[in-house]
Design a binder for this molecule. Structure first.
Ligand code: HEM
Length: 516
C-alpha cells in the first residue's frame, strides 16, 4: 500500500517548522531572529520556485492534464478523492498528465489493455511500484520488504514465500482460521442485535488476528496472552499518523537508516525480533510449519543477498513478517467490511450463500466448492473499488503514445474500468452473478483488478479468498447481518485513503442477530 499524504498534515507540519524556527530565534537574541526568519522565508521562496518549475513537466511534453496546486498536493487529493472519476470526465483521453505526492509526474492510464501492457509485457521497464521516500518510512528494514525489493533479491524473496500460499498449506491455514473464528465469536460479536458496530473496525480486528494466527502460528485459544501481545504490537504499526510519517520522511534516507529511525517504537521492534527468533527455535524443535519457519528454512548471509536463489537473511525474515501485516491487514479488512456491509443491505444474498454453505463443510476443499462466495468477493471489490496502482519507469520508454522519462510514474485507477458500462453492464448494480463461470480467475481477468496483474500482483490472493470465505461462511451460519443505526445506502459509500489506511466517506454501521 502506498502512503498518501493528507492535506491536514501539511499546514500542521509547516506550523511546526515555523514554530521551531521562531523558538530557536527567540532563544538566540533578537538580531538572530531576523536572520532565522529571513532564511526561512528565503528557503520557502526557493522551494516555491522549484515546485513551480517541476509542475511544468507535462506542459513541456504537450500532455493534457489539470493544473496542480499546493492545496491539492499537486493533483493528489482531487485525483484520489473520487478515484479519478472527475478527471476522466474532464480529460477523456487515453493518457493524462498529473502530479502526485507533490511533484512526481504521473501519467494516468484508463485503458485496461495498456495497463496490462505496462504490468506484463513491459514489466522489464516497470519493475517496481515506485521508489518514493514513503517506501522507507519503516527505516532500515524497509529495503528488505517484498513490496520494495528489486531485481534478483525481490525474485528470491517472492519464491521463498510462495509455498506458504500453496494448496496444502492453505488446508492447514483453513483449520487455524476456523478455530480463530470461534475465539473471535466469543470475544468480539455483540451480545444483542441492537448493538451497532463499525464494519471496518470489526473486520480489522479479525483480519489482523487471522494474519497473525496463520503467519506466526500463535493460536489465541492456546496462548491468549502472547496472541494479544502480538496483536497489540502489530496494531501499533498501524497507528503511524500522517504527521509522524512525514517527519520521518523529511530526513534523508541514509540518515534515517544510520540512526535507525523508524515510524514505530523501538519496543515493538524488540518484541517482533524476540517473537520471531522464538518461533524459529520452536519450529526447529517441533518441526511445526508456519510462515516464519518456512522463511527460516534456509537462512542466508547478507553477503549472499544478490546471488542466492532461495532463503532469507534474518533481517529479511523480520521485514516480511512486518510487511505481511501491513500489506494484508487493511486490504483484507477493507474487502471484508464492504462485503459485510453489502450483506447487511441484502438479506436475499445472505440466504443464497447460506444455502450453498449448508451443503458443504468449512474445510479448504469444502469451501472451494462454494464458488459463489468467490464471485461475491470479486463483485465486492468491483463495486467498492478502493485500490489504485502505480509503476515507476526504470528507463525512458513510450506508453499510450507518450514518451515516458525514467523515474516518472504510471497511475492506473481501476474504478474507471470497474464502474464503466463499457466493461460491465449495469455497473452500478451489485450483482455477483455477473462473475458466474469466472469466479476464481482472479489474476488473469481482463477487466478486474482486485489483486493486480503481472509479476508484482498480490502473492496472497489465495490466502485472502480463503480467509474471507471462512469468515463470511461462519458469520452467516450463526448470524443474520443487519444494517446498523443510520446506515447509509450501498451507493452512498465511497472508499477514501487516509495515510496508509482505507476509510470511507460515510461510516458503515452493521448489526448481528443470532440465528436460532
Ligand atoms: C483482500 C486482501 C488483499 C488485497 C485486495 C490485496 C491487493 C494487493 C494488490 C493490489 C497488490 C499490488 C499489485 C500491483 O501493484 O500490481 C498487492 C501486493 C502485495 N500484497 Fe496483497 N492484497 C491483499 C491481501 C494480502 C495479504 C493477506 C498479504 C500477506 C499475507 C499480502 C501481501 C502482499 C505483498 C507482499 C504484495 C507485494 C508483492 C510484490 O511487490 O511482489 N496481500 N496486494
Amino acid at each position: 500500500m502506498e502512503f498518501i499524504p493528507s492535506l491536514q498534515d501539511i499546514p500542521e507540519l509547516s506550523k511546526d517548522l515555523l514554530k521551531s524556527a521562531v523558538f530557536y530565534a527567540k532563544d538566540n537574541a533578537p538580531r538572530k531572529t531576523y536572520i532565522v526568519l529571513a532564511s526561512f522565508c528565503g528557503a520557502a521562496f526557493l522551494g516555491y520556485i522549484w515546485v513551480k518549475q517541476k509542475w511544468k513537466y507535462w506542459e513541456r511534453k504537450g500532455v493534457p492534464g489539470p493544473t496542480p496546486s499546493f492545496k491539492d498536493i499537486g493533483n493528489t487529493r482531487s485525483t484520489f478523492r473520487d478515484h479519478g472519476t472527475q478527471l476522466g470526465k474532464d480529460y477523456p483521453m487515453d493518457a493524462v498528465g498529473i502530479y502526485i505526492f507533490g511533484v512526481t509526474p504521473a501519467l494516468v492510464i484508463r485503458d485496461p489493455v495498456i495497463w496490462k501492457e505496462v504490468c506484463v509485457k513491459k514489466f522489464h521497464n516497470f519493475t517496481t511500484s515506485g521508489r518514493s521516500s514513503a517506501n522507507y518510512m519503516f527505516g532500515k528494514v524497509s529495503p528488505d520488504f517484498l513490496t520494495v525489493a528489486e531485481g534478483p533479491k525481490w525474485k528470491r524473496l517472492r519464491s521463498t514465500i510462495a509455498p506458504f500460499f500453496s494448496g496444502n498449506n492453505l488446508k492447514d491455514i483453513c483449520l487455524i482460521i476456523n478455530d480463530l473464528f470461534d475465539y473471535f465469536d466469543d470475544k468480539f460479536f455483540p451480545k444483542d442485535e441492537l448493538t451497532s458496530m463499525d464494519a471496518k473496525e470489526f473486520a480489522s480486528n479479525f483480519s489482523l488476528r487471522a494474519i497473525l494466527a496463520s503467519g506466526f502460528a500463535i493460536n489465541p485459544k492456546e496462548n491468549e496472552e502472547l496472541a494479544e501481545d502480538l496483536y497489540k504490537h502489530a496494531s501499533i504499526l498501524f497507528e503511524i499518523d500522517g504527521k509522524q510519517a512525514m517527519k520521518t520522511m523529511m530526513l534523508p534516507k541514509w540518515l534515517r537508516f544510520k540512526l535507525n529511525v523508524t515510524s514505530y517504537p523501538h519496543s515493538t521492534d524488540v518484541f517482533f525480533r524476540k517473537v520471531i527468533s522464538d518461533i524459529i527455535e520452536n519450529g526447529k524443535k517441533t518441526g511445526k510449519k508456519n510462515l516464519i519457519s518456512l522463511m527460516a528454512e534456509k537462512i542466508i548471509d547478507e553477503s549472499e543477498e544478490l546471488t542466492a536463489a532461495k532463503g532469507m537473511t534474518e533481517g529479511e525474515i523480520l521485514a516480511q513478517a512486518l510487511i505481511f501485516q501491513f500489506a494484508g491487514q487493511d486490504t483484507t479488512a477493507t474487502v471484508l467490511s464492504f462485503f459485510l456491509f453489502a450483506l447487511s443491505h441484502q438479506p436475499e444474498l445472505q440466504e443464497e450463500i447460506r444455502e450453498l454453505v449448508a451443503q458443504t463443510d468449512l474445510s479448504y476443499d469444502g469451501l472451494k466448492k462454494v464458488k459463489y462466495l468467490d464471485a461475491c468477493i470479486k463483485e465486492t471489490q468491483r463495486y467498492f473499488t478502493f485500490l489504485f496502482f502505480l509503476r515507476e519507469a526504470d528507463e525512458d520508454c513510450e506508453i499510450a503514445g507518450v514518451k515516458v522519462d525514467k523515474g516518472s510514474s504510471i497511475l492506473f485507477l481501476p474504478k474507471s474500468v470497474h464502474r464503466s458500462a463499457d466493461y460491465y453492464p449495469y455497473p452500478d448494480v451489485f450483482d455477483p452473478h455477473r462473475f458466474d463461470n469466472n469466479e476464481s480467475n482472479t489474476l488473469q481477468d481482463d477487466y478486474w483488478f482486485g489483486f493486480g496483474i503481472g509479476p508484482r500482483a498480490c502473492p496472497a490472493v489465495r490466502w485472502a479468498f480463503v480467509a474471507i470465505k471462512i469468515f463470511i461462511a461462519n458469520v452467516l451460519i450463526k448470524y443474520d447481518v443487519l444494517p446498523g443505526e443510520d446506515a447509509p445506502g450501498m451507493d452512498e459509500v465511497n472508499a477514501r485513503f487516509r495515510g496508509t489506511k482505507v476509510t470511507t466517506d460515510k461510516p458503515m454501521p452493521i448489526r448481528f442477530r443470532k440465528r436460532a
